[in-house]
Design a protein around this ligand. Structure first.
Ligand code: NAD
Ligand code: UGA
Length: 330
């Protein structure tokens, strides 16, 4: 039987791929806060990319942090992973709706080929644990209830297919008789909070309410998501790095699902302003609903989501306001 984890323990030496991104930069901050030595790898270089610099503002001068600007499709990896207790593999092209058409070659290279390279390097230098950022999108359309990890995946976008392929690569590598790496794939459910990517709903709705461009509302707004706060996701990832469990797949979501229209209502309530919208058709690959059965993660990681949607959205609003000349709302 699998043992349960001690919540909150962090690895001593960690590598975070995708470190300059939304979730990766929060993970770097949390690991440094827990005393870990962290190597962050990303092809976005904070010396030339203002978004990356802003995300990593708290980490770049930290004595425990080393940033390496590199592309995982080509860069040498074993030297970076040599001393690591855990590699957190978050680097990927993350958009669902933008994964159709010409960009698919880049999606497969960054999300599948690079993941294979990361896994091979983990094996070469005997990294004990890889934590992989998988996606709720691997489930596709479901019956509407909470999805458990045992449900047969049914990915409905090129992105979702690439994330499922990455997850399967983790399982295949960890399953090799000669492999010493264990892999924990976390199926993250629509993550939000400060530094959220600017293609995502909550940031776009807040920006629209604050006077930015109107929100493109895809479909009727009746679609539902299990919106999960980034701080809760980061705690789960850290717990997954040290939990005394074998290779596995875990849902990281709240177990609560909310319609897009209800998110817009929450944003209007918090800002005291309307969210202007342009109505557009439902986008290919967007599923109607996601809802996590998170009981395996709760059981195996000793983890629980802590942040209610309005609390998390109000933190995201506070972060936007802190970077805006005209602060609005609560
Ligand atoms: P993000 O775009 O903010 O971060 C991803 C980072 O990976 C970027 O900084 C990018 O430059 C880097 N990257 C991409 N390809 C690379 C390459 N070839 N070499 C080096 N760096 C590369 O995205 P995010 O929202 O923080 O997502 C992080 C991870 O979590 C992704 O794997 C994504 O699929 C997964 N995920 C995100 C969500 C979500 O709601 N944000 C939900 C489920 C899963
Ligand atoms: C999010 C992330 O972007 C993916 O990286 C991740 O893999 C996925 O969650 C996941 O859970 O695995 P998504 O659920 O599409 O994808 O997140 P949002 O971009 O915040 O969209 C949520 C809903 O709002 C979708 O139905 C979308 O169609 C809608 N939306 C989004 C709009 O109507 N307008 C927008 O401008 C953005």
């Amino acid at each position: 039987m699998e043992q349960k984890a001690t919540p909150g323990r962090a690895p001593t030496r960690a590598v975070v791929t995708g470190a300059a991104g939304f979730i990766g930069s929060h993970l770097v901050d949390a690991l440094l806060g827990e005393g870990a030595t962290v190597i962050g790898v990303d092809r976005r270089d904070p010396r030339t990319d203002p978004g990356a610099a802003s995300n990593l503002a708290g980490a770049l001068d930290h004595p425990g942090f080393t940033f390496v600007a590199a592309d995982l499709r080509t860069c040498p990896l074993t030297a970076l992973f040599l001393q690591a207790d855990a590699v957190f593999h978050l680097a990927a092209l993350p958009g669902v709706r933008s994964s159709w058409g010409e960009r698919f070659a880049e999606y497969t290279a960054c999300n599948v080929f690079a993941t294979e390279r990361v896994l091979a390097a983990c094996e070469d230098v005997r990294v004990p644990r890889l934590v992989y950022a998988s996606s709720s999108s691997v489930y596709g359309t479901t019956s509407g209830g909470a999805t458990g990890e045992e449900i047969v995946p049914n990915p409905e976008s090129p992105y979702a297919i690439s994330k499922l392929a990455g997850e399967q690569l983790c399982l295949a590598h960890a399953g090799k008789a000669t492999s010493t790496v264990t892999a924990v794939a976390l199926r993250l459910f629509t993550v939000y909070g400060p530094r959220q990517r600017d293609d995502m709903l909550i940031g776009r709705a807040l920006t629209a309410a604050l006077g930015g461009p109107a929100l493109n509302l895809y479909g009727e707004g009746s679609q539902r998501r299990d919106f999960t706060y980034v701080g809760d996701v980061v705690r789960a990832a850290i717990a997954a790095a040290t939990a005394p469990i074998g290779t596995t797949v875990l849902n990281i979501g709240t177990g609560v699902t909310t319609t897009v229209l209800n998110v817009l209502a929450a944003v209007e309530e918090l800002t005291g302003r309307p969210v202007p919208v342009n109505r557009l058709p439902t986008q290919a690959g967007d599923v109607e609903a996601t809802l996590a059965d998170n009981s395996r993660a709760v059981d195996l990681l000793g983890w629980k989501p802590r942040t209610a949607l309005t609390q998390g959205v109000s933190r995201q609003l506070a972060h936007l306001n802190a970077n805006s000349p005209q602060p609005v709302g609560a």
